[in-house]
Design a binder for this molecule. Structure first.
Ligand code: SF4
Length: 437
């Protein structure tokens, strides 16, 4: 039995069209019209970083994000020239597009006219009841879902000075996180009432913060109070290096507890990383079926005798561009602990003294110098992929069993070989039992 909590059941929304395809978000509960739904795979979203009005660049960025595996791409539409551009952008892309609307409800109406597949509204800056109703009606007429995103950064009142003073006063005088959660939920309830009054239920909710603990608390609370699907995210998470940790801590914990239907990781970086890391998180939690190779690599240690860190980076890029099947590939620095750690890999390389021995499902296929490892490994991965596609072999069919005659002696790796080398002896002549370290 999985240690992961079963997915929380929600209503379901669908976005897309016949040309770009459809993405379902959430599910498990029947929709309002009684249509039964089944939970959709957790989807990965991202957002473009360039100007939407710069049409060619925007199309190129969306296509790059789609190629990286994004299920949905959001674009900013701060000005009319951005919503005008959408009319030309949407026919050139192959993924559902969401218009991210702040401050100007007209941008939402224009984006709907331009053919977007979903609208994101922020109750913190579009809260005029009549304007919200206009957007709801426009989306309803086109069967478009709306995400209501109550971000920490914009939830405290800005326009009404008296109300702002009161909200800020409460924020500073009380438990800040508790107050923030209270105001997020209260404003969400007030806002959603407008939607319900209009009999509009194609809603996704988000409640992002830059603080991972606030994200955990906010989504946990919201998941108990609403049955709409949830869009998870840590907003303004920072550069990839730290943003990754914050996002994985918050989103990974929620997902492991069954909460969350679509995710967006936010980095101050190329948005392709957001997609790659989001997918890897879902693969790691077994919430999505892996597409492309899975790379296992050792962290290296004092036994290493090749430039493994560069090799791993090169292998990662090579697998991303050339391997489409979920082949498990292990890159190990030595034969000492490698076999156990690479158990289950379809293709594995074990490095030694400036050499690498390559195995395919337990069968030793090559012993090459360091400079040839990358090419030979790619060659073997491609050959293996072709054999899987032809039905000759299956992924994960055989375990790696690296017990060839005297592998250590041949690679010149292992403690004894290293020690002998340090003593000035000839490397590659020592014997060592696999697994000893
Ligand atoms: S023991 Fe070998 S496989 Fe393990 S970290 Fe060190 S070099 Fe890598």
């Amino acid at each position: 039995m999985s240690i992961l909590h079963p997915r929380r059941l929600t209503r379901q929304v669908t976005l897309g069209d016949d040309r770009v395809g459809y993405v379902r978000i959430g599910g498990g509960l029947p929709n309002r019209d009684g249509t039964p739904t089944t939970p959709a795979p957790v989807s990965v979203q991202t957002m473009t970083t360039g100007y939407t009005y710069d049409i060619d660049k925007c199309v190129a960025e969306i296509n790059r994000l789609t190629a990286a595996g994004a299920d949905v791409v959001r674009v900013a539409v701060p000005e009319k020239k951005d919503t005008d551009a959408l009319k030309q952008i949407i026919p050139q892309v192959r993924v559902p597009i969401v218009a991210d609307v702040h401050f100007h409800f007209q941008r939402a109406l224009e984006a709907v006219e331009a053919g977007v597949h979903k609208i994101r509204l922020n109750p913190g800056n579009i809260n005029d009841r009549a304007q919200v109703i206009d957007v709801i009606q426009a989306c309803k007429a086109r069967k478009l879902p709306i995400r209501v995103g109550v971000n920490e950064g914009s939830i405290i009142e800005r326009k009404d000075k008296q109300r702002r003073l009161k909200e800020l006063g409460e924020f500073f005088s009380n438990n800040r996180r508790g107050y923030l959660l209270a105001i997020m939920i209260t404003k969400l309830e007030e806002y959603l009432d407008i939607f319900y009054e209009q009999d509009f239920h194609d809603i996704v909710i988000s409640a992002k913060s830059m603080d991972a603990v606030t994200v955990l608390e906010a989504y946990s609370e919201i998941s108990k109070r609403f049955d709409h699907p949830l869009h998870l995210g840590v907003t303004h998470a920072g550069p990839k290096e730290t943003g990754c940790i914050r996002s994985v801590v918050a989103l990974g914990s929620l997902l492991a507890n069954g909460v969350g239907d679509t995710i967006r990781i936010s980095y101050a970086s190329d948005a392709v990383y957001e997609v790659e890391d989001g997918l890897e998180m879902l693969y790691s939690l077994a919430l999505r079926e892996r597409k492309g190779a899975e790379l296992i690599a050792c962290p290296t240690c004092g036994r290493i005798q090749v430039d493994l860190i560069s090799l791993v980076q090169d292998v990662r890029k090579m697998l991303a561009s050339d391997i489409r099947l979920p082949i498990k590939v292990a890159v190990m620095g030595c034969i000492v602990n490698g076999p156990g750690e690479a158990e289950g890999a379809d293709v594995a390389v074990f490095a030694g003294d400036r050499r690498g021995i390559i195995y395919v499902q337990g069968e030793r296929v090559a012993n090459v110098p360091e400079e040839e490892i990358l090419t030979k490994l790619l060659d073997e991965c491609k050959k293996f992929q072709a054999r899987v596609e032809s039905g000759e072999v299956k992924l994960g069919e055989k375990k790696v069993e690296i017990i060839p005659p005297d592998p250590i002696g041949e690679l010149g790796s292992g403690w004894e070989a290293i020690a002998e080398k340090k003593r000035g002896g000839k490397p590659g002549t020592a014997q060592l039992t696999v697994g000893q370290s």
